[in-house]
Each structure stands twice: as C-alpha cells, then as structure tokens.
Design a protein around this ligand. Structure first.
Ligand code: OOB
Length: 543
C-alpha cells in the first residue's frame, strides 16, 4: 500500500520509511538546515569557487537566506515549482538553496534545453518562475524566456542572472534578494526537495520527485564510498544540475561534507586543467567521451594535476580498454559510477581490485538497495546471468511525478523501479551493464528518447513516417540516426533539412539526429511493428 499522493507521486510505504529512519539512513535533515549548520560550524571556509569569485559557507548561507526572503516576498511558496536553467555558475547554488529553504521545488533543466523542452517543463509543472542566465554558450536565454512566458499563464516571474535585457517582465536576480525576513512555511525532511528529469524513453521527459531525506542519504552514502571530506575539492565539469555532478557525490555531497566546490565553465582539458592546478582539485566526475579526451591530454599536459585523487566516470558505459588508461594517464584512482536520476547509484570501491574497477560498473551505495536481475517474465536469474535490472531502496523513487499510467509500467506492484538496463551481477555483487531494453539512446551520457525526436520530425510537412535509432560510435558510444519515409507527393529533401527543422522546433542540440537516411519502408517485426532492431543493424552496417 502506498501513501496518498500529497507529493503528486507514490511514495515509500510507511513500513519502508520507518525502516530507513530506524537504520539511520534518513536523518531528518533538510537542505536548508544542512547549509545553516555547515555555515555555523565553519563560516569562513570556502564553499564555492567560480572564477575569481570565492564564497565562504557563511556567504553562501547569507545569500541563500536573502534570496529566500525575496522569493517569499514575491509569493513563491512551499510546493511551488520553479524551472532552473543555469550553467555552472555560483548563482546556481544560491538559487537552489534559497528554493530549498522555502520548500519551492527547483525543476532541473539543462542548459542545452530549448523552447520545446522548457515550455513543456513550465506547462506540465505549472511553474510560477523560470530562472535563466542572460546569455550562455552564445544563446540568449532571455529571448527564450520571453517566448515561453507568453505561452504559459502560470509563469509569473522570470529571473535573470546577469543583464536582464529589454523585456520589462524580467527581473534581475540581484533585485530579488532582501535582508528583512519574510515569513515562509519551511519544508519537512520527508517533503519533496526538487524535480529531476528522467533521460526518458517516451514522448516527453518524466519528472523525478526527490525528497530531502532520500537525496541527503544518497549524498552522505556517496561521500563515504568516495572518501569525500572537508579536505575535498570537487570540480563541477558536467552541467551542475544533472544528477551525477550534483549528487554522486557531486557538489551537494561535497557541501554536505564541508568541502569546496569549484565550477568549471567548459569541460575541455584546456579549461579544466589549469583550474585543477590552481585550486588543487581532488575529485571530479566525467562522462566516458570526456574521460577519453582527458586521458589523451593528461600525459602531455603542461599543468600540475597531481592533486587529483579520484576520477568518477559514469552516465554511459566506460569501455574496459579506456578504463585501463585512466591511472597511467592521470595518476588517479578511477571510480566507475552507474547511476540514474530515479535513484540507485552503483560505485566501484576505491579499494576494489583493479580488475573489478575496470570491468564492472560498481555495486550499490546501500546494503538496503534491493537489486534484482530478472528475465522477461520477472523471474529472478542466477548470479552471472544477464537480465533486466529492477531496484528499490532508500533513495529510489516509487513513482514519477504526476504520471500514474506510466508508473504502472515503470514500477512493479511491490515498488521496484524497472530501470530498463540489462545487467549481469558478479559473485562479488558488482553489476556489469550489458545493454538496454528501454527505447533510449545514450549519446555519451546524454540521453535521447527516440519517441520525443520522432514526434518532432513527424511534424515536418513532407514526412510520412520516421524511426530514430542508435548507431554505434567510437567516441560517444552511440549516435542517433533518423530513418525517414517522405510523403508520396513530397519533393526530395536533403538530410540537413530535417536536422534544421528539429533544431528550429526548439529541441536541445544533442537531440538533433546525427544522421538522416531516407527510405521507402521500414523493416517490420512479425506482428507488423517497426523493427528497431533491424534498423539498428542496418544503421551500424551502413557506417
Ligand atoms: C545518470 O543518470 P541518468 O538519469 O541521466 O541516466 C541513467 C541511465 C541508466 O539507467 C543507464 O542506462 C545509463 O544512464 N548509465 C550507464 C552508466 N551510468 C548511467 N550505463 C552504463 N554504464 C554506466 N556507468 O546517467 C547518472 C546518475 C548518477 C550518477 C551517474 C550517472
């Protein structure tokens, strides 16, 4: 039996919640109180470094308080949704801790998201505010905000980090903060803290409701495994809002431990290596394609990388061959991470034998992460056999936010999340990711739901049908290929016309098909469905 939907999603049944509390996993903390406590304990220690800006714990805490007052004064209240789309800047932390404090829920958009995605997040969550940078990576987010605000009536406020531009409806973030305390209703540890985005396999991304209690556990659980403490200096290379750099152990884990978070504006070695040298970075996390670039650049780097102890690699499968190159190239310990925004995170342990570190994707954080490997009929398989990964535990959600129909498919009746990953368990309890059953493309850690792209391509007037599949790629692991059938009466098109159409419809650049092939028909399965399996083989053979 699950508790009613006060948080708009099924949550842990009371017996599980009690167990997780009794075990000491859920400590009854909120993010707001956590930061207060750290700031009280060591106000002058540096918390955030962004270029020349260095904020102490005391300053981050004060900024979060002042902004919380300002948000509250503008009527943003507990439970309200606020779409946050910020690059790796210090204000990201000021904003999210202010929202955590008043119990409003950040919806963690990625900087790459564009009009289609942002409009959807704002509409679906009935967001009251949207927080953007002025211009990031050459893209003017204010113009996007103007468009979205015109279409989404609930969106009362747009806050801009930097120059607010010409739209009078936009408010510079610096105008929001205020010193006078504005009373607000604080969240409970069991309340939702934020909504993360699922990589997705459906037409629109699903939202992942995480509570203060459960997420905080994943942080300190990760800290123990990754040896994060107050001496740790974590470099945020991947987009800060993604679950991996946020919590595995990520920026929030490092703040929990009293360490230092350093923001990296670009992930390339030319940008990151000098920052590692200057800030004496000890730990960071990368997706496999970036880890390849870093290991290539490491041996000839002109910078002192000797402070780096641990390199976490995850988000997509890291090949054994590439994994073996990490220590010789960067002189640090590799930690493979196989995680998901829905919850479960697996790590190889720092003291695992090298063979385990390079050939497995780790084992769960918690002794109370329940992991099952099952066949197509949900029957448990033996250790060593390959099957579907199901999981439930103290930080794995019991359902997506406002998605009851989808939840019936994505969760078993007794609350296990169907990850869609195909894995094998070794005798030591480590998992090896062997493949994927969900219809998703993993483009170097960036997840593409084919259905979402297909829906956009189908809107092209010349397109009769489309099917998007993965093509193997040496660098990214996978790229996307769209097979398109044009209407009988349509003029021939060039592939670039389809790519341009998808871009102009306002999808994130990483979802624009890498390849477009025009065909007259799709291969079919026995019952007449499009055979993506056959399309994938064709795409791989045609490279
Ligand atoms: C992380 O989170 P998401 O939500 O973007 O993606 C989750 C999916 C997994 O279900 C799996 O299909 C894939 O990404 N994945 C991996 C992997 N790590 C993630 N596949 C193979 N090997 C790995 N090491 O990607 C994420 C969240 C927290 C920590 C790390 C990654």
């Amino acid at each position: 039996m699950t508790i009613p939907v006060s948080i708009d999603a099924p949550t842990w049944p009371e017996e599980f919640a009690e167990r997780y509390r009794a075990l000491g996993y859920w400590r009854g903390e909120t993010f707001g109180s956590m930061l207060h406590e750290r700031a009280a304990a060591h106000p002058d220690r540096i918390a955030i470094v962004d270029g020349e800006r260095r904020w102490t714990y005391g300053e981050l805490d004060r900024r979060a308080d002042r902004l919380a007052n300002g948000f509250a004064a503008r009527g943003i209240a507990k439970g309200d949704r606020v779409v946050v789309q910020l690059p790796n800047v210090a204000e990201f932390f000021e904003v999210v801790f202010a929202l955590f404090r008043i119990g409003a829920l950040p919806v963690f958009a990625l900087p790459a998201h564009r009009e289609t995605e942002i409009r959807y997040f704002c509409e679906f969550t009935e967001a009251v505010a949207y927080i953007v940078p002025d211009v990031a990576a050459g893209f003017d987010h204010r113009a996007l905000a103007t468009k979205v605000q015109a279409q989404v009536p609930t969106l009362r406020e747009v806050f801009v980090v930097g120059d607010p531009g010409a739209d009078p409806a936009h408010t510079p973030l610096t105008d929001v903060a205020r010193d006078d305390f504005v009373p607000y209703d604080e969240p409970e540890p069991s309340d939702l803290a934020f909504l993360q985005l699922s990589g997705g396999s459906t037409g629109v991304p699903k939202l992942i409701p995480r509570t203060h209690d459960d997420y905080m556990y994943s942080l300190w659980g990760s800290n123990e495994i990754c040896a994060v403490d107050e001496e740790s200096v974590f470099l945020v290379v991947l987009p800060a809002a993604h679950n991996f750099p946020l919590s595995s152990p990520g920026s929030l884990g490092v703040l929990y431990a009293g360490g230092r978070v350093v923001l990296c504006p670009q992930p390339d070695p030319e940008t990151a290596f000098p920052i590692i040298e200057r800030e004496r970075v000890t730990i960071t996390g990368l997706v496999p394609p970036l880890a390849l670039v870093w290991t290539d650049a490491g041996p000839t780097a002109r910078y002192d990388l000797s402070s780096l102890d641990v390199l976490l690699v995850g988000g997509a499968k890291f090949s054994e061959e590439a994994a073996r190159r990490v220590r010789p190239a960067l002189n640090c310990t590799l930690q493979q991470v196989f995680g998901m925004a829905e919850g479960l995170v697996n790590y190889t342990r720092l003291d695992d034998p090298v063979e385990t570190i390079v050939t497995t994707q780790g084992r769960p954080i918690s002794g109370h992460d329940e992991v099952r490997v099952v066949d197509d009929e949900d029957q448990d398989l033996d250790v060593g056999e390959t099957g579907h990964l199901l999981t439930r535990g103290p930080y794995t959600i019991r359902g997506y936010w406002r998605a009851p129909e989808h939840n019936k498919r994505s969760f078993t009746e007794d609350g296990f999340y169907r990850t869609g990953d195909v894995v094998r368990m070794t005798p030591t309890g480590h998992l090896v990711v062997e493949g994927r059953a969900k219809d998703q493309i993993n483009r170097g850690g960036e997840k593409v739901a084919p259905e979402e792209v297909e829906n956009v391509v189908l809107a092209h007037p010349a397109v009769h049908d489309v099917s998007v599949v993965a093509v193997p790629d040496a660098y990214l692991g996978e790229r996307t290929c769209a097979y398109v059938i044009l209407r009988a009466d349509a003029e021939p098109l060039k592939p670039v016309a389809i790519k341009k159409f998808v871009r102009e419809r306002g999808l994130a650049a990483f979802k624009v098909p890498d390849r477009v092939e025009f065909v007259h028909a799709f291969p079919q399965t026995g019952i007449g469905k499009v055979s993506k399996k056959d399309l994938r083989s064709t795409a791989a053979a045609d490279q």
